[in-house]
Write a protein that binds this ligand. Structure first.
Ligand SMILES: [Cu+2]
Length: 124
């Protein structure tokens, strides 16, 4: 039992030594206007609400996953304008779709049910 306690104490010391947090990178401040968001990596979200993609333009680093969630009572789709890059199928309220963008480029997309709903993902 004494040995177990010693191991626990050692584990706590090791954990305490790992609590040094690295600072997140500062924003480079090169935002390109309203309704546009620039982010670095990981998973980013776009919401569909009020028959619009928010944000309509999203700039991400290559390798980032974008997750769209439909908050409208009406169904929507996320369909790439080129017809091949990505297509969510019909998303009912509360449903989500994810796509990982590995290749830099500009990806325009729309809702196939409501063509006026348009968005762009810019992959750097
Ligand atoms: Cu729609």
């Amino acid at each position: 039992m004494k040995r177990l306690f010693a191991l626990l104490a050692l584990a706590l010391v090791l954990l305490a030594g790992c609590t040094q947090y690295s600072q997140p990178p500062a924003s480079n401040g090169t935002g390109s206007g309203n309704n546009s968001t620039t982010v670095q990596a990981g998973t980013q979200t776009v919401s569909m609400s009020g028959f619009a993609f928010k944000p309509a333009a999203l700039t991400i680093a290559a390798g980032t996953t974008v997750r769209w969630t439909n908050h409208d009572p009406s169904p929507h789709t996320i369909t790439s304008d080129d017809g091949t890059s990505f297509s969510s199928g019909t998303l009912s309220q509360g449903a989500a779709f994810e796509h990982t963008f590995g290749v830099p480029g500009t990806y325009a997309y729309h809702c196939s049910i409501h063509p006026g709903m348009q968005g762009t993902i810019i992959v750097q």
